[in-house]
Write a protein that binds this ligand. Structure first.
Ligand code: ZN
Length: 372
C-alpha cells in the first residue's frame, strides 16, 4: 500500500494543519463530482484513507510505528464514516446500490479445530475416529429461523425494511448524506418480535456431537485435514464452517519414519552374524521372515520391500529398512572364552589396524539408509 504521507504529498513531520490543507486541496481536485474517472476515484479513496489515519493523533502514532492501518482494519472506525461518504458520492453513479440492501441474518459458521493423536501403526494403514466436537448446531425449535414457531420477522419500523438510515454529517468537504446501517434492526431490515426461546433468537445452539472420520494412511505430525461443512453452523441457519483435524503422530519405540519408509535397527548376535540365520521380525503390520547371510556386517541395511507406509497420495507402499547392529558378547564364562580363543588362534584374524575414518556406527547406519 502507498505511504500515507506520499499520498497526501506532505513530509513525515507535517503539522496537523499542513495535513488538513493537503487533504482539502486533493479532495477538491479528485472529488468524484469534478473528476469522474476511475483513476481519480481510486486516488480519492487513498487520499481519504491517508487523511483519516494521519489526522488522528493516535492512529498517526501507530502508523508511524509501522502499523499499516490498511483498509478493512477493524480499528479504523473513522474510516467507516469516510467510506460511507465515498459510497454516497458514488451511489448515484451506479454500483452503489448493492450496499443499501438489507443484510441477511444468516452468516457462515466458524471453522472448528480438533486435535487427533495417532500411533505409527495407524499411519501405516489409516485410522477411524469418532470425534466429539463441541460446536454450534442448528436450533431444532426454529430450524435456524430465529423466531418462535408460528411467528415471523416483521419489517423494521425505523428503516422500513431497507436496513439503512440516512444521516447528514458535516465534513471537511461540506455536508454529506450518509447511509448507515439501521441501529434498530442491525441492518437486517426486519426485527424479530418473538425470538425463539430455545436459542434466544440465534437460530443455533451449542451442542456436543460426534463426527466420524476416516483418517487416510500416510499422515504426519502437523498435517491438517479439512472436513468441509463439518464446523459450526452459522447464525440464523447460515452455512457450516469447516472442521480441521490437526494430526499428531506419537513417536514409536522401535520404528521411525523416513518419508514413506520405516526404519529400525536389528540387533544380531556375533555368532548369527558369522554363521548367518533366518529369523522372523514383527513389522507394524505383522511378521516378516528375514534371512541373514553368513558374514553380515554391522551397518548393513536389509530392505523389505513394500512393508513401509502407504503414502497420503498414492498407493505404492514404502519399504521397511533394518540396519544390522552386531552385538558383541560382554560376559563369557571360562569355557566360552576358551572356545573363542581357540577360534581366534585358528582363524589368524589380522590384528587391529587403521582404516578409513568412519563416523560411528549410527552415523554409518544413517548414511547407508540415505544412500539406500
Ligand atoms: Zn431457535
Amino acid at each position: 500500500m502507498a505511504d500515507h504521507y506520499e499520498v497526501l504529498g506532505v513530509s513525515r513531520d507535517a503539522s496537523q494543519d499542513d495535513i488538513k490543507k493537503a487533504y482539502r486541496r486533493l479532495a477538491r481536485q479528485l472529488h468524484p463530482d469534478v473528476n469522474p474517472g476511475d483513476d481519480a476515484a481510486e486516488r480519492f479513496k487513498l487520499v481519504t484513507h491517508a487523511y483519516d489515519v494521519l489526522s488522528d493523533a493516535e492512529q498517526r502514532r501507530r502508523y508511524d510505528m509501522g502499523d499499516s492501518g490498511g483498509f478493512g482494519g477493524g480499528g479504523a472506525a473513522g474510516f467507516g464514516g469516510f467510506g460511507d461518504i465515498f459510497d454516497t458520492f458514488f451511489g448515484g453513479g451506479g454500483g452503489g446500490g448493492a450496499r443499501t440492501r438489507p443484510r441477511s441474518r444468516a452468516e457462515r459458521g466458524q471453522d472448528a479445530l480438533v486435535r487427533v493423536t495417532l500411533d505409527l501403526g495407524e499411519v501405516v494403514f489409516g485410522a477411524h475416529r469418532d470425534l466429539e466436537v463441541d460446536t454450534a448446531v442448528i436450533c431444532e425449535t426454529c430450524e435456524g429461523g430465529c423466531c418462535q414457531p408460528g411467528t415471523s420477522p416483521v419489517t423494521c419500523d425505523i428503516c422500513h425494511g431497507s436496513g439503512h438510515v440516512q444521516r447528514t454529517v458535516r465534513s471537511l468537504i461540506g455536508n454529506v448524506v450518509t447511509n448507515q446501517p439501521c441501529a434498530t434492526c442491525q441492518g437486517h431490515g426486519t426485527t424479530i418480535p418473538y425470538p425463539c426461546a430455545t436459542c434466544q433468537g440465534q437460530g443455533r445452539v451449542r451442542a456436543r456431537r460426534t463426527v466420524s472420520v476416516d483418517i487416510p494412511a500416510g499422515v504426519e505430525t502437523g498435517l491438517r485435514l479439512q472436513l468441509p461443512g463439518s464446523g459450526e453452523v452459522g447464525p440464523a441457519g447460515g452455512p457450516n464452517g469447516d472442521l480441521y483435524l490437526e494430526v499428531t503422530v506419537e513417536p514409536h519405540d522401535i520404528f521411525s519414519r523416513d518419508g514413506d519408509d520405516l526404519l529400525a535397527t536389528l540387533d544380531v548376535s556375533m555368532t548369527d552374524a558369522i554363521l548367518g540365520t533366518t529369523t522372523t521380525i514383527d513389522a507394524l503390520d505383522g511378521p516378516v521372515d528375514l534371512e541373514l547371510r553368513a558374514g553380515v556386517q554391522a551397518g548393513d541395511v536389509l530392505t523389505i520391500k513394500g512393508r513401509g507406509i502407504t503414502p497420503l497420495r498414492g498407493h505404492q507402499r514404502g519399504d521397511l529398512r533394518v540396519g544390522v547392529h552386531v552385538v558383541t558378547p560382554t560376559r563369557l564364562d571360562h569355557k566360552e572364552r576358551a572356545l573363542i580363543e581357540e577360534f581366534a588362534k585358528k582363524t589368524k584374524a589380522p590384528a587391529p589396524h587403521l582404516a578409513e575414518f568412519q563416523q560411528g556406527l549410527f552415523a554409518k547406519l544413517r548414511d547407508r539408509f540415505r544412500n539406500g
